[in-house]
Design a protein around this ligand. Structure first.
Ligand code: DLZ
Length: 163
C-alpha cells in the first residue's frame, strides 16, 4: 500500500510516495531483449501498481545500452517526464567491448544526472553470464526493473519536494 511522505525529512525507505500525478519515461535497449523485456515488465508493473496512469508512461526503444545515454537525454529534453528509467543488459563477452560499453553507459547516465534536472535511473544489468541476467530480470534474484521503478518514483518525489 502506497503512503505519502509529507516532506523530505520524514523520508521512510519502506514507503513509496504517491505517484499518481508523476510521469515517467522508460528507455529500453534492444540488445539482450529477452532480458530487457523482463526488466521493462518489472518496471511498468511496479509503476502501475503504484497508481501511475498508463498514459503517464512513455516507452522508447534504442539499439543497445550505449544508446541509452542519448535516448534518455532526448526523452527528458522533449517529453514532460518527472524521471527516466534507462533499461539495458550488458553481458561479458570475449572482447573488451563489455568494459567499454559498461564504462560509457554509467558515465553517460551519471553525466545526465549531474547536468540536467530530471533524475535518470540506472537499470542496466552488467553480468558475467546470461543466467545471472535471467536471475535478475524476473528470476530467482527478483527483478531489477521493479527496483528501478520504485527508485524512479522516489526520485520524482524528491525532485518535486526540493523544487
Ligand atoms: C556491441 C555491443 C556488445 C558487444 N554487447 C552489448 C551488450 O551486451 N549489451 C548491449 O546493450 N549492447 C551491446 N553492444 C551494443 C552497444 O551498446 C551499442 O549499441 C553499439 O556499440 C553501437 O553504438
Amino acid at each position: 500500500m502506497a503512503t505519502v511522505n509529507k516532506n523530505l525529512s520524514d523520508y521512510d525507505k519502506n514507503s513509496v510516495p504517491n505517484a499518481k500525478d508523476f510521469r515517467f519515461g522508460i528507455v529500453v535497449a534492444e540488445w539482450n531483449d529477452t532480458i530487457t523485456e523482463g526488466l521493462f515488465k518489472g518496471a511498468i508493473d511496479a509503476l502501475l501498481e503504484n497508481q501511475v496512469p498508463a498514459q503517464h508512461i512513455i516507452r522508447w526503444n534504442v539499439p543497445g545500452s550505449f544508446e541509452l545515454i542519448y535516448g534518455s537525454k532526448k526523452m527528458l529534453q522533449t517529453q514532460n517526464v518527472d524521471a527516466v528509467i534507462a533499461i539495458g543488459c550488458v553481458i561479458q563477452g570475449q572482447t573488451k567491448h563489455f568494459d567499454f560499453v559498461c564504462e560509457g553507459v554509467i558515465q553517460g547516465i551519471k553525466d545526465l544526472n549531474v547536468q540536467t534536472d530530471i533524475p535518470v535511473i540506472f537499470c542496466v544489468l552488467t553480468d558475467n553470464t546470461m543466467q545471472q541476467s535471467i536471475d535478475r530480470s524476473g528470476g530467482i534474484h527478483g527483478n531489477k526493473g521493479t527496483e528501478a521503478a520504485i527508485a524512479a518514483i522516489k526520485m520524482a518525489y524528491i525532485r518535486q519536494q526540493a523544487s
